[in-house]
Design a protein around this ligand. Structure first.
Ligand SMILES: [Zn+2]
Length: 222
């Protein structure tokens, strides 16, 4: 697999984050921002990645989604903040996102993307276009779609790995790991009620399998 230097990955992430902030309104609620910051601090505090400048922002969009960039910037959409009613459920969401970074999933993903872009270096991808014309490409390598709220999940393997490590982070942070199980139970219920998958999550690992593995992770480590 191609080697992607951390410094270049961070530069790309800074660029994608700036693009996100430029085109997506931030949800203006000090109460919700405070709740996010409080839960996030517990998770990042046990992540072993205090070298990153973690930042958690609520974007004003109804999507049930969240994503993380390798520079420690985490976006949580308003819809997700509203859905994750308990702090343990929110901790499950954040634990999952932080786990992607701890497991270095973005570097692997970018390497795969680079391998698909024959003859293109990372620097050309990121900085070759004028006036941000490559911004879309840069965002795409981190899984951000052309419009916000449309996110491409990591591979099934990476997603399940992030679920497992996320539960570990919750436990280390003194949170209730069953929050992750409850979150997915409610997500599946919601899906069944609506008769259609929440769009952005539809390509995540099959939900029942995910729930089964989460139950195992929570139960096995008690
Ligand atoms: Zn994920």
């Amino acid at each position: 697999m191609a080697f992607v230097p951390d410094s270049q990955l961070a530069q790309l992430a800074d660029q994608a984050w700036a693009e996100m902030l430029a085109k997506t309104p931030v949800f203006n609620s000090p109460v919700i921002a405070e709740r996010l910051a409080r839960v996030a601090a517990r998770i990042t505090g046990v992540s072993g990645r205090n070298d990153l400048s973690w930042e958690f922002v609520v974007f004003d969009s109804p999507e049930l989604n969240a994503f993380v960039l390798p520079n420690g910037k985490v976006a949580v959409f308003r819809g997700m903040m509203e859905f994750a009613t308990s702090d343990d459920e929110l901790g499950a969401v954040l634990g999952h996102e932080v786990a992607h970074i701890v497991s270095r999933h973005p570097a692997e993903r970018v390497s795969q993307q680079l391998a698909a872009q024959v003859g293109m270096t990372l620097a050309q991808m990121a900085f070759g276009g004028e006036n941000g014309e490559n911004a879309q490409l840069v965002a795409g390598i981190f899984g951000l779609g052309a419009t916000y709220g449309v996110l491409l999940p990591y591979s099934r393997t990476h997603e399940l790995e992030a679920d497992r490590l996320g539960v570990e982070l919750m436990r280390k942070a003194g949170m209730e790991p069953l929050g992750a199980v409850r979150f997915w139970e409610r997500m599946i219920e919601r899906k069944e009620r609506q008769g259609a998958p929440p769009e952005a999550l539809s390509s995540h690992p099959a939900d029942e399998r995910r729930l089964t593995e989460l139950r195992g992770a929570v139960g096995a480590s008690r």
